[in-house]
Design a protein around this ligand. Sequence first.
Ligand code: WT7
Length: 660
Amino acid sequence: MAGQIETVMQESRVFAPPEAFMRQATISGMAQYQALCDEAGRDHDGFWSRLAREQVLWHKPFTRGLDDSQAPFYKWFEDGELNVSHNCLDRHLGTPVENKVAIRFEADDGALTEVTYRDLYHQVCRFANGLKALGCRQGDRVIIYMPMSVEGIVAMQACARLGLIHSVVFGGFSAKSLQERIQDAGAAWVICADEQVRGGRHIPLKPAVDEAFTLGGCESVQRVVVYQRTGAAMDMHAGRDITWSQVIDGQPDHCEPQWVGAEHPLFILYTSGSTGKPKGVQHSSAGYILHAMLTMKWTFDIKPEDIFWCTADIGWVTGHTYIAYGPLACGATQIVFEGVPTYPDAGRFWRMIARHKATIFYTAPTAIRALIKACDTVESTHPRHFDLSSLRLLGSVGEPINPEAWMWYYNQVGGARCPIVDTFWQTETGGHMITPLPGATPLVPGSCTLPLPGIAAAIVDEAANDLPNGQGGILVVKKPWPSMIRTIWGDPERFRKSYFPDELKGYYLAGDGAVRNRVTGYFTITGRIDDVLNVSGHRMGTMEIESALVANPLVAEAAVVGRPDDLTGEAIAAFVVLKQARPVGDDARRIANDLRNWVAHEIGPIAKPKDIRFGDNLPKTRSGKIMRRLLRAIARGEAITQDVSTLENPAILDQLKQTL
Ligand code: WT7
């Protein structure tokens, strides 16, 4: 990583916005960007209030922008009323957008479904009416455990329509993770599918819901709605389970939106922190949809003719803001994809771009790196064999993009013609924070460049003092912004401690390190400064994985660290002490494998440690603290240069250096 950052800081390649792009762009040229920044600088509240009036459809207009009287529990536009689903669907009725395709859904096997804005409106209304008939009421929490599908989006929009608070759980999470989220959210309703289909394989979802109930703590749930994606046989619990088609059967295709206050929680999304269980990040309605719309226009330069494709899953925040909400509120046509980039072969993304004539493509660096590698092996999957001429803009999200991957993406996918927006943001920020604007910002590979207008990002030291350009430090946001996290569901104290620690004088703590270029002031994210890992763009807490490991009856103690990985960005390395003697040879390999599957079962396959090493003990200080710095060095295969004289048991280091 350190080497990588050095490379970025010395990066001399600069790509100015192409003339043709600039001419038609929503934000055209740096002067226009600067004018917006200046406007926000002069009057932060007035700037955001103006945009909220222009972008959002209000049922009742707000009279006041920011309320900071209970900081850091900020409120925006609080006395205004709106409905987010109304902002995404009803606003297009009676306009030419009504007959436009909203979603082109491509199934895993390539089958296509097209849904117009009018169709989508009716589907959402019918399902919302069905939910209402079941007894769903404003403020109820709804767990959505569904594959990438039109129905997944319909479920989210129907919740928004009724003022229900959804919490989407990624289909890759285990029954245990699902159960924890149901319980923490106190969910009254669960919407799931029977199975999901990915890469030609059927993966059960409904059985995981049943298992979650068996684990206990799901007493708050009244009903489970099952969308039959494959029609697989399943157990239906009488009085609890009901199919999607039963729910919509006979329901009218019009449903009045439930008007809610601007601050009404639109959703909760669980994400990993440095300690404890995943936290339920709570978002608002108005501020959130405002930022979703603005960034569709600013960052993605969305236009009526665009075919937008964000490859994220609706289980992550990217799939919320840039699939379920942003594109719809802007009346865009988007592609929704059920499958995986490597099936039936690693040319799938490129084939789909050609097939759908996608104009904007937004994906993760980990996918790009995997596809670079794949086409090195199977040449026919190289982007050069596909007609990608429809593309005009590329985007990257979720983790730092290394300059080599950036250049490949730029040249091989974008034909050296399309700007790349490297968008830095987080579950907590609701939408983009630091990103190039494609018609304005000169690009530098590996840098997310500059904050959006109205986003007061800065780099400070531990006492919240500003640091000069060129000096790495802590990334903060100095002023509240409309789409920011409102609280952690059920744990306001944890919210305050995690994001507004006293030392930082009221600044929002992102949890990442960053550095600004001496000359340009461009930001480069240097990675998390807490115990959070980023594996293939998926956020994982080391503590969560450790807890999963020690829950295994064989395990006495475990410590988890990250190490760089060429493909996944970071990889999970676990150091494990068993209750029995330290295993060696085949024994060690077998137990390591069992432990990996155990973690997959406890959390989900994305949390499986790549490396597992066994020791008689872990390196600890005399006061019993595990020295993670040493474990990090061992995991990276680096020489240990630190002073180890304070170690209780220095001999353990040699033992842990041995790989399986
Ligand atoms: C963490 C947030 C952004 C939505 C999807 C992930 C890392 C995200 C970038 C980027 C460097 C990035 C940060 C951040 N991250 N985007 N463009 N460059 N790092 O959301 O799961 O909440 O993860 O992802 O470390 O804190 P998330």
